[in-house]
Design a protein around this ligand. Structure first.
Ligand SMILES: [Zn+2]
Ligand SMILES: [Zn+2]
Length: 162
């Protein structure tokens, strides 16, 4: 695990939203879950964890979409660039999209999360560890607190319609 923290800058494609933040480490991760696939319009997301109190919006602020009962995602309301992912009950950390960083190459991926939804034809195995959504105990606890003990964690592409 990378112990080094980094001060990073980034923002959206159009420049309306700019941020500076401090990463928890140089480690980033892929998320292949269906909700990230939909939210990013891509086959996976790449995120890095940052200290919430050390994230400053230097220009503009994101708009937010509550992508489930437990999380919201920030994006530029002008150009649509996905910028953040955060749990509603976590005051310490949140994620930034690696692609919105000015220098994404300063980080390195360490894990494939949401591996149950990896889309094979678009995936090249790089040997990094994989974790299924249902094996992340913190995530499962959050999901079941919101949706009930019998719910399947992360199974929807949005809030249940029922
Ligand atoms: Zn923008
Ligand atoms: Zn995800």
């Amino acid at each position: 695990m990378g112990e080094e923290t980094l001060t990073v800058q980034g923002g959206c494609q159009c420049g309306a939203v700019r941020y500076e933040a401090r990463t928890a480490s140089t480690d980033a991760y892929y998320c292949h879950c269906r909700m990230c696939q939909k939210a990013l319009g891509n086959l996976f997301a790449a995120f890095v964890a940052v200290g919430r109190r050390e994230l400053r919006w230097e220009r503009g602020e994101p708009a937010y979409y509550k992508s489930s009962e437990i999380a919201r995602r920030g994006f530029c309301r002008e150009c649509g660039t996905p910028l953040t992912f955060e749990y509603l009950d976590d005051g310490e950390k949140m994620d930034l999209t690696v692609g919105s960083l000015d220098e994404p190459g300063l980080l390195r991926p360490v894990e494939h999360f949401g591996s149950e939804s990896i889309v094979g034809p678009f995936f090249t195995d790089d040997g990094l560890p994989r974790e299924r959504t249902e094996d992340d105990e913190e995530f499962v606890a959050r999901w079941r607190a919101a949706y009930g003990p019998d719910s399947v964690p992360g199974s929807s592409s949005g809030p249940p319609s029922a």
